[in-house]
Design a protein around this ligand. Structure first.
Ligand code: UDP
Ligand code: MG
Length: 320
């Protein structure tokens, strides 16, 4: 394609062999309808099924398809980051591979972008086909995160969004390791606007976000944008020593001015368990931050791309 690329569509994929044909077809349909030059940038995040082979074939047949093949599974947020690093379009759209995010919405995003917005994010008004547990925890998480941070991270918004080239470039300059991309987009600022949509069910297969990955993502979100958990220890410390002091006065009073003796093995044990539990919890929280500082200090690359597949000549090896 000789025209400069207008749109880059970044699609992170992990074990998506069941949906990938349909995703390709729908994306193609939408992008052709724009009448402008585009690239479909699939990032294979170490899939163990046939996703990579299928996409390799597409990349050999269709010159708009590029496949970045990771050397292993680095995680969804890192896959998005890699796609953004490699993208060349004047606008970059990040979309999930499972068609929960309708590709047709990209056209609405493009329209807003042409009106001069730098970031167009898709806000879910409904989520279909997801468990009550997932919906409720997600809802609570976004509200909790907002109360914890000073920057405004839009509620109920995933990573489905369009970014202008300059926003994408700014994002690519942020080198932090444990990335919470939707938070970083808010952090960089620029002119942002929402388009609303109803989130569909996954077309096929199951969620690639087990509870463990969801927890990691939420802790990344909180630790990347807030120090408040670290302050909890000092607040709790002040509160508990206050209570302790008042109780000391009560005990002294009982000892000096009354005959009642205080019994209480059970209350001691309960207090002991409660406070050591609380102390370990605070220590764990500090550990989350220290672990992330440690990650930063190692200066490892964010990801390793083993191969890039594209119809045109080059087959590059790149490390970052
Ligand atoms: N994904 C990924 N690496 C992972 C997990 C997920 O690239 O380690 C991709 C996955 O293929 C999909 C997107 O991230 O395109 C979102 O994952 P999923 O739909 O499973 O998450 P959910 O919608 O259930 O939150
Ligand atoms: Mg999904």
């Amino acid at each position: 394609m000789s025209q400069p690329i207008q749109y880059s569509i970044v699609v992170p994929v992990y074990n998506e062999e069941e949906v990938i044909h349909e995703t390709y077809r729908r994306l193609k349909e939408v992008m052709i309808s724009t009448g402008e030059a585009y690239e479909l940038l699939f990032v294979n995040d170490g899939s163990r099924d046939h996703t990579a082979e299928i996409l390799k074939e597409y990349s050999q047949k269709d010159e708009t398809v590029i496949l970045l093949d990771f050397s292993r599974n680095f995680g969804h947020q890192i896959a998005i980051t890699a796609g953004m690093d490699y993208s060349r379009g004047k606008a970059v759209v990040v979309i999930d591979a499972d068609l929960q995010d309708p590709p047709e919405l990209i056209l609405d995003m493009i329209e807003k972008w042409k009106q001069g917005y730098d970031v167009v994010y898709a806000k879910r008004t409904k989520r279909k086909g997801e468990t009550v547990f997932k919906k409720q925890t997600a809802k609570m998480f976004y509200r909790f995160l907002n109360s914890m941070t000073d920057i405004d991270i839009p509620l109920d918004t995933g990573d489905f969004r369009l970014l202008d080239r300059r926003v994408c470039d700014q994002m690519n300059n942020l080198q932090e390791k444990n990335r919470f991309v939707r938070g970083l987009v808010s952090w960089v600022g620029f002119k942002q606007i929402a388009v609303e949509y109803e989130r569909d069910e996954r077309l096929a297969g199951e969620s690639k976000y087990p509870l463990k990955k969801m927890l990691k993502l939420s802790i990344d979100g909180i630790t990347s944008f807030s120090y408040k958990p670290l302050k909890l220890a000092s607040f709790a410390g002040v509160a508990f020593s206050g209570i302790g002091f008042i109780y000391l006065l009560v005990v002294l009073y009982l000892k000096l001015f009354t005959n009642s003796t205080i019994t209480g093995w059970s209350s001691l044990i309960v207090a002991q368990l409660f406070f050591s539990g609380f102390t370990l919890f605070i220590l764990g929280m500090i550990g989350e931050y220290i672990g992330r500082i440690y990650d930063e200090s190692k200066h490892r690359p964010l990801y390793i791309v083993s191969d890039v597949y594209q119809k045109m000549p080059e087959k590059k090896r790149m490390y970052r």
